[in-house]
Design a protein around this ligand. Structure first.
Ligand code: KG4
Ligand code: ZN
Length: 326
């Protein structure tokens, strides 16, 4: 069995994956503390990981009905992410592996999101196009194998989840903004306002900063009272622009690759209108369970099955990386 840890952002996660690829446990402890700051504060996140990580690992083992004697491999997210946060997971994983004489598999966080498709009640096999849209990343990947992917395009500025969060904040909604904005938008008219979808951005890249600015201008032009009265229309139109931008890139990616299988991942994959619009593309669509779409350690364990494990003492040199790939 694989014990995996994921601490790249603000969720402290541990999971146990069985040999046959079934999930024995998938524990996620979300740090509610960032709400009051309107976003994740890196130093606060690191401290909380440190406080939570041992208990979360303990829970993952207990729920999997095992202990460290039952573990054959330790896996951990190496990056990209917040370096201080990542280091808590890495140091913990090294300590567990070293004291037990186990090998350690360093996993790329984005490869983890892709590998979320390979586990769960309904696994999905390559080849497919994967749209990954969360608070930290927005990219389209061509996935032909289990151990890698080709980036077809990515956001040139904000991530899609960030666009949801910032738009929600401008409309006075709480963090994280995505779910709150989706709820408000349900009562609004998506065609009430016209927001840009960065159609001029070539290829499979995307951009959300212009959209954010146009919402800011719309709110300024309407004034406080009218903005409050038309908040649902603003939310629906803004959400519709994000969804159209994302689905347009998915459509282009399917065309370009000739593939007819599409998956959605990252927190934004929970968005109802996004799923509905992606379904209309006509490709074979797969969306992993919500708990596998947002940051979690089961996806890291899943990816670890296809990573060459590093033996002791080689992994003691492993360091976190903040961005890019290894
Ligand atoms: O994957 P995730 O939990 O964490 C990382 O950022 O890695 O993604 C969180 C992001 C937030 O920006 C949140 O606002 C967005 O996903 N999100 C949503 C929805 N649920 C979460 N965005 C749109 N609609 C939703 N229902
Ligand atoms: Zn993520």
């Amino acid at each position: 069995m694989i014990l995996a840890l994921e601490t790249s952002c603000d969720d402290t996660c541990a999971a146990v994956l069985r040999d046959d690829g079934t999930i024995a446990s998938n524990v996620i402890s979300s740090q509610g503390i960032h709400d009051r700051y309107g976003g994740v504060v890196p130093e606060v996140a690191s401290r909380h990981h440190l406080e939570l990580v041992n208990a979360v690992v303990g829970d993952a083992l207990r729920q999997a009905d095992t202990d460290l004697d039952g573990i054959d491999l330790v896996a951990v997210t190496q990056g990209p992410g917040l370096v201080g946060a990542l280091l808590v997971g890495i140091v913990t994983a090294k300590a567990i592996a070293a004291t037990r004489g186990l090998p350690l598999a360093p996993v790329d966080h984005l490869q983890g999101h892709v590998a979320a498709n390979f586990v769960g009640p309904d696994p999905f096999e390559p080849p497919f196009v994967c749209l990954l849209a969360s608070g930290g990343h927005t990219l389209l990947a061509r996935v032909e194998e289990y151990d890698g992917f080709e980036v077809l395009g990515r956001t040139l500025d904000d991530a899609a989840g960030e666009a949801f969060d910032k738009g929600a904040r401008m409309l006075g909604l709480p963090y994280p903004g995505g779910p709150a904005l989706e709820r408000l938008a349900a009562d609004g008219d998506p065609e009430a306002f016209t927001f840009p979808t960065a159609k001029n951005v070539a290829g499979l890249d995307s951009s959300f900063s212009g959209l954010k600015t146009s919402l800011l201008y719309a709110i300024r032009d309407l004034g406080e009272e009218e903005t409050a009265r038309r908040a649902a229309d603003l939310a629906a139109s803004y959400q519709s622009a994000i969804v159209r931008a994302l689905v347009d890139r998915c459509e282009r990616a399917l065309d370009q690759t000739g593939l007819d299988r599409l998956t959605l991942g990252g927190g934004v994959a929970a968005n109802g209108p996004l799923r509905a619009a992606a379904e209309r593309l006509g490709a074979n669509l797969h969306v992993p369970d919500r708990a596998l779409c947002t940051d979690n350690a089961a996806m890291i364990a899943s990816a670890a099955r296809f990573v060459a494990p590093v033996a002791h003492p080689g992994y003691l040199q492993l360091d976190a990386y903040a961005s890019g790939e290894r």
